[in-house]
Structures are given as structure tokens and as C-alpha cells.
Design a binder for this molecule. Structure first.
Ligand SMILES: [Fe+2]
Length: 372
């Protein structure tokens, strides 16, 4: 299997992994042949990368952090609870929000603790229909990996994990025509969207089973070190460490996901973009730890080598993620090899990665994107 950007999909390619909806129902099975209609639909749904079945790469293993059961349960509960809140129901009619998500977090923490030294990699399982649910779960996982790396104990992992999973819960109170508007928001609309931080805090702060600091994650995830964030314009030390951490993981997931106004960045591009904001937007110490945990060349990614060959990342060395084991699939002339072979870049120091095969036209500008 290879990881292929949605922009590079072609009719006739076959899916390598199933695609689910948030109910855990398989919408597209493995081996389904893509048509131009399906590709268009995947792109409209905001899916950035898919696994494609490719002869010669069948044996590549994709490390999955969460069990399928955990991921489906988490997405199901997020959808259920968020839909109830979007429907305008008062939250005090649903006193079990804290209980539901604590149970989900226990499953997630159990999965994460069963892996040692995991890395942040693009998720191998996609859901259709709602980018907010996927985003909530991704930010939760990335934040937990980072927090573990920072040495957080179990109770803090629970507190931060809940806050990360629910950081955008306030979006349920924003009119959907604004949230789903294709294209850039007007200043007035942007001001309305910014309120999701305050709404989220209000929804969570008195909720039984939700620690107050988790509610602060919803409140502070858009604060930035230089005071230019929102809603309170807090500066540096006024922002809780959870807020600083979420600022990074939230932005990272937004950058690596296709949006209406932007193609997804690759992991190394997103990390560079974050570094451009050190000291002004993001905390340098936390970012440096984060960088060491991002798989900049994730398994399955197509890369170009200095030899002119095209290869697929097969395995990552934890101690040297920038020099993975790759499988050569095409020669310098772009001809497919009959017998692809592996090359360990950790031992072949004269060979470098010069680019990624699925490099896409980037619509990013130097202006800070309108992440909400
Ligand atoms: Fe947000």
C-alpha cells in the first residue's frame, strides 16, 4: 500500500484501506476501484490522503495507534454528543457528557500506553461526512503523544486528553452556514466563529466529570504567545501549558488536512510552518519536543531520491526519522521495477531524499491562515 494525496488519485486506482462513516459503517471497502466521481466525492469530504493498493508494496505495515474499535467508538460518541448540542438542546439535559468521554478517553489511553515511543503519523482510517469529528480525535491523539513525551502522568493525560477531544465543542453553537461556508469568512463571520472558544468553555466548565482545566483547553486553544490570539488575547506565561500544547497540535492538524481554501501540507512542511511561528505564536520548548515525534516521512509516502529513483517509505527508524527504509519502485527514467528492492537510508548515507513524489501545488501564503 502507498499513501497517496487526494490530488494525485487517478481513476482505476484501488483503495488499500476501508473508509468508514462515523457510525463505524464501511462506506468504501478495500480493493474498491476509484472512479472520477468517487475521487471528487472524497475530495469534497475533506479527505487528504488515502491508502492505495499497489503491487510491490503489499507487505508494508502501517502502524495503527488506536484499535479500530476505539476509533469507531470515539467518533460515534463525538458525533452523537455534538449533534445533540447542535440541535440546540440545553446541555444540562445531558448530564452524561463527562461520563461518556471519560470512558472513551480510558480506551484511548489504554491503546496509547500499549505502544512505547509512538510517533505522530497521518491516520490510516478515514471517516466521511464530518471533518470536525476527525479533527477532534486527531488533535486528541497528537496532544497525548506530545504530553507523554513531556512526561505527563496519567491524571494529566486524562485532563488534557478530554480537553483536546472537546476543544472545538463550542462549534456546535455556531450557525452551520458559517462553519461550512466554502471560501474565506468575512470579518463579521470570523468574529462569530471565534466565540466557539467561549461557548466551549461554558459548555464544559460545570459539566460533571469534566475537569476545569479541560474546559480551559476549549477556552485557550487559540491564544498565541504574542497576545494576538483569542478570545482573551493572553500572552506568554498567562496561557496554561495545555493551551500552548493545543495551539500546536490544533494548527498542525489543520495544516495537514485539506480545507476549502488550502491543500494539505506534508508533515515536514507543516513543522516548518510551525517553527516560523516560534516565540510569537508557539512555545519553542514544546515545539522542539513535538518535532521529534512527527514522522516527517510517514510510512507509505512516495519520495524522490538523489539517485533519481522513486521510492516508498517502508519503515521509520525512531532515532533517525529523516532517514527511513525505503523501497525503490521506479528507476531514474520513471520505469516501474519488476523487482522492487529496499534501501536503508540510515546505512546508505550518500543517498538523500530530495522531494516527495506526491508533491502538490501549495496554496499557502505567508499570511497566517484563518484557522478556527
Ligand atoms: Fe478551534
Amino acid at each position: 500500500m502507498r499513501l497517496v494525496s487526494i490530488t494525485m488519485l487517478e481513476p482505476g486506482m484501488k483503495l488499500g484501506k476501508r473508509i468508514y462513516n462515523e457510525e463505524g459503517i464501511v462506506l468504501l471497502g478495500e480493493q474498491i476501484e476509484l472512479t472520477s466521481h468517487l475521487i471528487k466525492r472524497l475530495s469534497q469530504l475533506g479527505i487528504s490522503y488515502v491508502y492505495i493498493h499497489d503491487p510491490g508494496t503489499e507487505d508494508i505495515e502501517f502502524p495503527e495507534l488506536l484499535r479500530e474499535e476505539t476509533r469507531i467508538r470515539a467518533l460515534k460518541e463525538i458525533k452523537k454528543q455534538f449533534s445533540i448540542l447542535s440541535g440546540g438542546k440545553m446541555k444540562n439535559q445531558y448530564p452524561y457528557l463527562g461520563k461518556v468521554f471519560t470512558d472513551v478517553m480510558e480506551m484511548i489511553l489504554e491503546d496509547i500506553s500499549s505502544h512505547s515511543d509512538v510517533m505522530i503519523m497521518m491516520s490510516g482510517m478515514h471517516t466521511m461526512d464530518h471533518a470536525l469529528y476527525d479533527h477532534s480525535l486527531n488533535v486528541c491523539i497528537y496532544s497525548l503523544i506530545l504530553a507523554k513525551a513531556l512526561g505527563y502522568e496519567q491524571s494529566k493525560l486524562m485532563e488534557l486528553g478530554l480537553g483536546a477531544l472537546l476543544h472545538d465543542i463550542g462549534k456546535t453553537q455556531i450557525p452551520s452556514h458559517i462553519l461550512q461556508k466554502p471560501g474565506k469568512l468575512s470579518q463579521e463571520e470570523y468574529e462569530i466563529v471565534k466565540n466557539h472558544t467561549l461557548y466551549g468553555f461554558r459548555l464544559l466548565k460545570d459539566e460533571p466529570g469534566i475537569p476545569l482545566l479541560s474546559a480551559h483547553c476549549a477556552l485557550q486553544h487559540h491564544e498565541r504567545l504574542d497576545g494576538q490570539g483569542y478570545p482573551q488575547g493572553l500572552r506568554g506565561h498567562e496561557i496554561h501549558e495545555y493551551g500552548k500544547l493545543l495551539a500546536l497540535t490544533d494548527s498542525y492538524d489543520a495544516m495537514t488536512t485539506n480545507r476549502v481554501y488550502q491543500n494539505a501540507l506534508l508533515p515536514h512542511q507543516a513543522v516548518e510552518m510551525l517553527f516560523a511561528g516560534t516565540g510569537t505564536l508557539y512555545d519553542q520548548r514544546i515545539l522542539e519536543v513535538f518535532r521529534d515525534y512527527v514522522a516527517i516521512y510517514p510510512v507509505g509516502l512516495t519520495v524522490q531520491l538523489t539517485t533519481g529513483d522513486t521510492a516508498v517509505v517502508v519503515r521509520i527508524h525512531r532515532e533517525a526519522p529523516h532517514r527511513p527504509v525505503v523501497r525503490i519502485i521506479k528507476d531514474q527514467e520513471g520505469r516501474k521495477l519488476d523487482a522492487p528492492y529496499d534501501l536503508d537510508l540510515l546505512h546508505q548515507l550518500s543517498v538523500m531524499i530530495t522531494g516527495v513524489g506526491e508533491e502538490m501545488a501549495l496554496s499557502f501564503t505567508s499570511e497566517e491562515p484563518q484557522f478556527t
